[in-house]
Write a protein that binds this ligand. Structure first.
Ligand SMILES: [Zn+2]
Length: 70
């Protein structure tokens, strides 16, 4: 009998740079990371309720928190 190992962490949950509204182009509202309208892009914002955040080198990164199942 051996202990069960904890579930593996999925690798499809990468850290991504958080984009603030203030980072976007004031005229076009384009996201500086992906270059499309901030309202349409898929980048994490700074106040996503189901995201976890980590700051590295003065840049904030976020990724979707696990275990919420929704
Ligand atoms: Zn974006």
């Amino acid at each position: 009998m051996r202990a069960r190992r904890p579930h593996r962490i999925a690798v499809c949950n990468p850290w991504r740079r958080v984009v603030f509204a203030a980072d976007c182009d004031p005229d076009t509202d384009e996201c500086p990371v992906c270059g499309i309208d901030y309202a349409l892009c898929d980048c994490p914002g700074p106040t996503m309720g189901d995201y976890e955040y980590s700051e590295r080198g003065g840049v904030l990164y976020g990724r979707k928190a696990r275990g919420l199942g929704s």
